[in-house]
Design a protein around this ligand. Sequence first.
Ligand code: ZN
Length: 218
Amino acid sequence: MNRLLDLILSLIYPPKCPFCGRVLNRGEDGLCSACQRALPWIEDGTPAKTVEHCDACLSPLWYRDGVRQGMHRYKFQQGRVHARLFGTLMAQCLQDRWREPVDLITWAPLSKQRRRRRGYDQAELLARQVGAVTGLRVVPTLVKIRNTKAQSRLSPSASRLANVQGAYACRPGTDLAGKRVILVDDVVTSGATLSQCAACLRAAGAQTVTALTFARAK
Ligand SMILES: [Zn+2]
């Protein structure tokens, strides 16, 4: 049924490259071949970003050029369509670069309010796609208990940290004793959101927390 629906949708809305907006040619899967070549991939061997309370922070792409535009389209239009590609690229990055065992995948959630307004939580969609590709279990563990300003509107990392301090908590009854967790978000900039979320996961017993984002800002 899903396949039929996909087919019908692809006839009405031909699949486009989320990065440049061009309609995809036959044989191009998810993104166009020009973007496949030209996107700012983070090369293997580039040191992972350091984020407090995280063992590592991995991302397939730098957050610039077409990636910025693709991310913007993802957040504000066609979230579900692009999640499949973005999450698959994240899953490949995880499989290539993280050799340690993993027990579950979770994500840095939006507040209830924002989720309702947008209709979906982009980090959750990414986490679910990473789970679908890797076969790992996806578990909701965190809630956003306080509304915050958009991190992208705040520049110094000190104000970003203050903005998200105390904004997250684990869901009641969450027990992560000894668990090795992958924490998903869309973009890492200062790392303030991820470190707050990772601290909550550790307080609930997580043995390791590895952050995985679609893109990484310099
Ligand atoms: Zn493209």
